[in-house]
Design a protein around this ligand. Sequence first.
Ligand code: ADP
Ligand code: ASP
Ligand code: MG
Length: 451
Amino acid sequence: MNALNVAKFGGTSVADYAAMSNSASVIKGNSDTRLVVISACSGVTNLLVELANGVADAKKQQDVLAKIADIHFSILEHLPANAAVDIAINDVLDEVATFATAAATSPSDRLTDSLVACGELMSTHIFTHLLNAQGIDAERVDVRQILKTDNVFGNATPDLVETAFHAQGVLRPLCDVKVAVTQGFIGADNDGNTTTLGRGGSDYSAALLAEAVQATSLEIWTDVPGIYSTDPRIAPAASPIDEISFSEASEMANFGAKILHPSTLVPAMRHDIPVFVGSSKAPEQGGTWIRDTAKQSPLFRALALRCNQTMVTLTSLNMFHAYGFLAEVFNILAKHKVSVDLITTSEVSVSLTLDQTNTRGGAPTLPDGAEKELAKLCKVTVEQDMCLVALIGNHMGESRGAAAKIFGTLEDYNLRMICYGASSHNLCFLTSTNESKDVVRALHKELFENE
Ligand code: ADP
Ligand code: ASP
Ligand code: MG
């Protein structure tokens, strides 16, 4: 099989002309790179989400639109004039304005997806133009013809069979003759409506497309030279990881390490595609390889932090020694499409956190209907403003003294919903948002900086 590398560039890697030029050099550096998946230029998705949530004030709306236009035209200023690209960008900007006006009166998840997709639609026009101007024979593909999903706007699920069919028919033949450039994050449902895979979804798109074109490797180019023992923005002493296993890296992604969208490694694991994470600004610094198995499997590997958690506690004396209570609770949650993340139980209460990946962001909420039905069964308490800290490692449950070391370090903090033992790869708990970064720093110092 011929080598085919898929390279994904995140928002900061296509933020401006300089960043796009660095990314172009990375593509030039690997002749196996035939498919390029990119995000919106840095900051654009946030501006689009703001419009999607409804900006009623006309002047404010104009300001946001002007900012979005400026980000794109200031990159084009550095490139040879190209009327077709200018027209394409102006067309998308017109769409943004129309959608923004509609969202100001009646925002919806469907409208949000059409609006936020415009970021990737514009960045791919410009980046393809830049690659061609730099002598790389590149062609832009609208990924909505390839990546098919269901119609859960804001958090769509890909249709793997349809996606593979279109990728094999359209994308793969193009990759054989040119460098194909396409959008991360977005897709389309069966009716052609634009959908998104949730914030940060470009990583997941790249992995899905790598799987669909049967790529032999996937590179995720971002603003840090690889995966670190924790977010270096939180703990500057964090150290880079050379090689990590799929299972450890997926736990990290799942538990909030922003470096990878939670689902990114699922397609890579299915097809055993090795994944590299590196910095497009400093590719010479190397990065992290994520593979089926890593040569080393340390007891403590990394710490991840995920904020905006919602914790729901259900309390009822009827739970005591009864059967069927939890089944009833989960039936109600399933009926209202509430996805549960963590869960801990006692004799008379059960606490759970709600899953959240939706494009519109914010803390997940318990739908009113679900809360009312649960309230007939038990007392319902909803708490927000919490963060989930996860320690990822290997065989932690079988290691004597690990728990003492961890909890001894955190004796001054209030920890909630401790989950330990369900997986030998992680231990996690909730803290208040205020204390969360201090907790990560304290644990990192104790477990990763003392060797
Ligand atoms: P991109 O726009 O390229 O997708 P993101 O901002 O989504 O980039 O992800 C990169 C960021 O992830 C880094 O700047 C860093 O702050 C954060 N991050 C979180 N956890 C880690 C980690 N364990 N290692 C490295 N970076 C991490
Ligand atoms: N542009 C989208 C976001 O900011 C997707 C991505 O960057 O991965 O969430
Ligand atoms: Mg990202």
